[in-house]
Design a protein. Structure first.
Ligand code: KG4
Ligand code: ZN
Length: 345
């Protein structure tokens, strides 16, 4: 999409209802998000039926706010079409279709993971919209680490803007491992931030947890062994000891996740001459992970591009941005990093 027209994007793939307006000439003109965290907290995880009902309630008002804020005609309506929870995606896509028809604007389906992959480039664009292409090109090829509750992947953005998936997780995602670990420790949901908070008072070397890293040339992740290892360890510990050592357990568990991610990033950076490293997805909020990956980028002498806090978790800003910045979008190798020409829902 080359015309400098406004893009209004919707995101409803999981438990955030979000809308954003992106102006290619200036950057994100507005972002609105309604988090359902409180709704799902008491269930210990996202309940798809409840999430869909909440999206239904929130989408209309969010779209109205975004439309009022959009100062100019819409060049496109973008929407996350997958991956995500089917009933939640379907509502976002239906709303986007209706909006696109009402505005006479084309509808653009954006793969949620491609949104995460490109999100570290949002501030690169915002700083210098007019010279974005040249600045982006200087950062390609780019290595992207996406770490969320549902996904863990390494992807490569080539100078042609083609994205290819380098690796993913064989079992649990990094965020899922933190959430399940937190559940075993009785900390609550979502676990990642709670593990991080508790880890601040503990020693990362107090317990030796497995890294699930496999062969050195294998960039794939595995986190289910880590969670099982914590479960076995807790089964052998009296409750009083677990309580007394929760901070050490969290610090060591978090360190195992960070170390596994860092090692694979290091191996990927050693294999290809990347010119930047990106970090995105909800787990990118983790301070220890950001530090560790900043160190890997420094070691490889490439700029480190962490997504901004408002664009780490699910958000519509990244969907609007990807609709504009990722026009290529078609990867026919069945990697899952793919934008379909039609929405397919
Ligand atoms: O990207 P996201 O908001 O939603 C998905 O698409 O999954 O990521 C949510 C995940 C959860 O697993 C949550 O525990 C984790 O991100 N997370 C964190 C932190 N903040 C959120 N993990 C570690 N440290 C954090 N500070
Ligand atoms: Zn996500």
């Amino acid at each position: 999409m080359s015309a400098p027209e406004l893009i209004l994007a919707l995101e409803s793939s999981c438990d955030e209802t979000a809308a954003a307006v992106f102006d290619p000439a200036r950057g994100l003109a507005g972002e609105w998000i309604h988090s359902q965290m409180v709704l799902h907290e008491r269930h210990g995880g996202v309940v798809p039926e409840l999430a869909a009902r909440e999206h239904l309630r929130q989408l209309g008002p969010l779209i109205e706010r975004a439309r009022r804020a959009a100062a100019g005609p819409l060049g496109a309506v973008a929407v996350t079409y997958g991956p995500g929870l089917a009933p939640c995606l379907a509502l976002g896509v239906a709303a986007a279709k209706a909006l696109a028809a009402a505005c006479g604007a084309p509808l653009v389906g954006v793969n949620h993971l491609r949104g995460h992959v490109w999100s570290p480039f949002i501030p690169v664009h915002a700083a210098h919209p007019a010279s974005f292409s040249a600045r982006r090109d200087a950062l390609l090829p780019h290595l992207a680490l996406v770490v969320s509750g549902g996904h863990t992947l390494l992807a490569q953005a080539e100078p042609s803007l083609k994205l290819s998936l380098l690796s993913t997780t064989r079992d649990d995602a990094a965020g899922e491992a933190l959430d399940k670990g937190a559940k075993l420790l009785g900390l609550g949901y979502p676990g990642g931030p709670l593990v991080e908070r508790s880890a601040a008072g503990g020693r990362p070397d107090a317990f030796d947890f497995p890294r699930g890293i496999g062969r050195k040339d294998d960039l794939g992740f595995s986190f289910s062994g880590l969670k099982t290892s914590l479960r076995y360890r807790l089964e052998k510990m009296p409750t009083s000891e677990i309580e007394a050592r929760t901070a050490d357990l969290c610090a060591s568990y978090q360190e195992a996740v960070v170390d596994a991610l860092s090692r694979k990033v290091r191996a990927a950076l050693a294999g290809v001459r990347f010119r930047s490293l990106g970090l995105s997805g909800g787990v990118a909020n983790n301070r220890r992970l950001r530090e560790a990956l900043a160190a890997e980028a420094a070691r490889a002498q490439v700029p480190f591009l962490p997504a901004q806090p408002e664009h780490t978790g699910d958000n519509a800003g990244m969907i609007a941005f990807a609709a504009w910045a990722d026009p290529d979008g078609v990867d026919r190798r069945g990697t899952g990093l793919r934008i379909e020409p039609s929405l397919g829902l």
